[in-house]
Design a protein around this ligand. Structure first.
Ligand code: GCO
Ligand code: MG
Length: 401
């Protein structure tokens, strides 16, 4: 089955998404997500200018060979732009292969390992009382796992807090500036989880994202102070370019650790996994080289009892979500999947077969990954520059957002 064409579709139905569509001489096509929040056009150009010309005429069934060609063949390996582009090709090719087989993608990976995919929702409020209420609303919807983030007194623009109920990190125009105070946060976070456990007990899984804000010793202190509230995980407590930093955190706390949404290859998490410095690996389809590479990461993680907990914020398109759910249904060492519902316009542009039911997602039985794109509708939402915020300390020093 020959690849006869490929195109990149950039659309902004509520937020920006980049999608690759690959078509074949047999009339089958596949799509892959290539969205890199705030750097969308870099991946679009990488695909249109450098990847698509190399795809034409290749056998769409040779997913592994095409993956290796794009990874080794570029000479310049790794990095979020390259790996998102490779991921889009890989996802589209798995979609085509599964459609050709007439099977939902999870069947090609090895079949289902569970009945459904446990997802966690995002509860965020301006203060503790509002966050507690929002967690309650998720529990009522049937969620078994909820991430809780709260505004902190005296700090504007705290990570994870939106204007309304939903949270979308990117804003139109140039990056917003926000202020960060580690002191205020470290004092506040345990109070939030104390209130949540007092109200809802220990049955619901509670998660929290630190979003790279702490140093290792501060992260160790936070992990210790959260121990009585038995979190499902504490995410990204410190930046992870230096994987060894996690040794110190690990020596001090039994609060489980989740890392990896900004990683793009197995090399970014090799030591974290092999030294059992984390409990959950958060790499996902779009930013970590597609199904083909994610499977390698998950298999390495399985050797060390590290489970998956894939990134699934709204800046990953429904195409990524669909593919991730097939992966999650199969992967033996599954932990949890992040899930934020997309805006209605986004759902309309990307019709999909996945659905939420009682705390679990189901990818559906449609052949392929079950997500499509309505190109006519997509064309009605042109790209709009939008960026993630940046963070500064109170004295003006640039910090990690
Ligand atoms: C998460 C993430 C997101 C990221 C966003 C960046 O845990 O879902 O931290 O909120 O900030 O995906 O593009
Ligand atoms: Mg995160």
């Amino acid at each position: 089955m020959k690849i006869t064409g490929a195109s990149v579709i950039v659309t902004c139905p509520g937020r920006n998404f980049v999608t690759l569509k690959i078509v074949t001489d047999q009339g089958l096509y596949g799509i892959g997500d290539a969205t890199l929040n705030g750097r969308e056009l870099a991946v679009a150009s990488y695909l249109s200018d450098h990847v698509i010309p190399c795809l034409i005429g290749r056998d769409a069934h040779q997913i592994e060979d095409i993956w290796q060609y794009l990874y080794r063949g570029a000479y310049w390996r790794r990095g979020p732009v390259t790996m998102s582009a490779i991921a889009a090709v890989d996802t589209a090719l798995w979609d085509i292969k599964a459609k050709a087989a007439g099977l939902p993608l999870y069947q090609l990976l090895g079949g289902r390992s569970r009945e459904g995919v446990m997802v966690y929702g995002h509860a965020n409020g301006a203060d503790i009382a509002e966050t507690v209420d929002r967690v309650g609303a998720y529990l009522e919807m049937g969620y078994k796992a909820v991430r809780a983030q709260s505004g902190i007194p005296g700090l504007d623009g705290v990570y994870g807090i939106g204007k309304g109920k939903s949270y979308e990190p990117a804003t139109k125009g140039l990056p917003q500036e926000t202020i960060w105070s580690t002191e205020a946060y470290l004092d506040f976070a345990p109070k939030l989880f104390d209130a949540l456990r007092t109200k809802y007990g220990f049955a619901p899984h509670l998660l929290h994202d630190v979003h790279h804000r702490l140093t290792p010793i501060e992260a160790a202190r936070l992990g210790k102070s959260l121990e009585p509230f038995r979190l499902f995980w504490m995410e990204d407590p410190t930046p992870a370019e230096n994987q060894e930093a996690f040794r110190l955190i690990r020596q001090h706390t039994v609060t489980p650790l989740a890392v990896g949404e900004v990683f793009n290859t197995i090399w970014d998490c090799k030591s974290l996994i092999e030294e059992q410095l984390i409990d959950y690996i958060r790499t996902t389809v779009v930013h970590a080289g597609g199904i083909t590479h994610l499977r390698r990461i998950a298999d390495l993680a399985a050797l060390y009892q590290v489970r998956t907990g894939s990134h699934g914020a709204t800046d990953l398109s429904p195409v990524c979500m669909g593919a991730a759910l097939h992966f999650d249904l199969w992967v033996p060492n599954f932990g949890v999947q992040e899930y934020m519902a997309h805006a209605d316009e986004t759902d309309a542009v990307f019709p999909h077969s996945y659905r939420f039911e009682d705390g679990f997602m189901h990818p559906g039985e449609t052949p392929g990954h079950g997500v499509d794109i309505d190109e006519k509708l997509a064309a009605r939402f042109p790209y709009q520059p939008a960026y993630l915020p940046v963070a500064r300390l109170r004295d003006g020093t640039m910090w990690n957002w």
